[in-house]
Design a protein around this ligand. Sequence first.
Ligand SMILES: [Zn+2]
Length: 176
Amino acid sequence: MDTNPNLCNTVLIDWIPEIPIKVICFVWSAAMERIPITIGLSKRGVKLVDVNCGQCSNIEETVSHIFFKCPYAKTVWECIIRWCKIKLPHCESLEDILKFTRSWGHCPKKRKILVSICYGTIWWLWKARCEIFFKEIKIPPTKTADNIQGMVFILLKHRSSNYPIKWVDWNIYPFC
Ligand SMILES: [Zn+2]
């Protein structure tokens, strides 16, 4: 696990009660580049046959690649952006996306939904990466986007009474 010293103490995370602590901790760890990606393990002497991204195969796996630069991640983000009907700035790091979501819009409730969706996206991109890394199972990006929609809906709907949105409406647009 590589740690970029420039990131220390600079990553601000929104603590959302409806989002499980394991998801929030993962987002924080990923933003701090403290997750076990292959290139970091390889530098620490762990013998790996391949340090390239399992989704696109020909690029070295980095945090930025897994979550933003990989064509797989780009397709998933495109699905999420289309669903949310938002414009996402160019992001190369988790810090970029966290900064964007923290200052997005004027409605705290909608902002909380967007932050939750972004956390869900980061969580599911990692899960998709692990599926291919450990089991060689490739989850289609549209399925990953569906998983994000489903997980965030369940979390917001069932862990709080503040989100009376129905599934059918949520699927069309999450900020109703
Ligand atoms: Zn890739």
